[in-house]
Design a protein. Sequence first.
Length: 257
Amino acid sequence: MTLLVIAPDTDETAARFAGFAAGQGIPAVVAHGFGRVGVSVRATRERVCRTRLTFDGAEVSGILNRGTGGWGDEPDPDRAFAAAETYAALWSAVALWPGPVVNRPSEHGFLARLDPLELAGAGVVEPPRTVLLNDGSAPGREVYRIPEWTVVDPDAPRSRFDVVQIADPGRARRFVVAGAEVFEVGAAGGRLARETADRVAPIVGWLRGRGTVFADFRAELQAAVPRLADVSCWPGHELFPDLEDRVYAALLAGLTP
């Protein structure tokens, strides 16, 4: 039995998790696409699905999904079509596979859609403070370019289509969700006080309800209603250097019941 880590070849966090698992005596491999991955999906008219995943013929026992990355960058139309079909097949297989999956794909994408405004609409949190630029004058250091939603150098010239996240670093606190555990980045040992755990519980529950059990988010907790500054399903090891082994152990616990 093998743990399958689906991630781009450049994902160092995925490789480090696989190395941690191997150090615990649990075989783990990182795969970008099909390659050595075997997929079998059978769906009946009664909507009963049977899915089997293997790596080099060995049964997959658990999956950490970090996305495939770069599948839409192929310039040749025929190769682009093949890449899209491969992506869709792997997406379906991981979504339907009955075993444990960290960050299982949803109907919205290979990784679940995480929109803080959905949670804000329910009155559970306040939305992020953001502004869509139209003259390049908005303050803030965290700049994103749409529609790609890529991070922009805050010192670079800004376009009218950039989005600026306005947040006070001294007020927002960073948390990492890893399986059944939640850690606060920067806190002693990552431990959450009971009051803090209660304040972020609705956010954590919202993430887990979307199958996202490896994520990070920032929240301002000073007011009566927390403000969710941002959320991501791609936490990197550089975010939690003092908690790395504990984060990987929590993920591993969810993949090896």
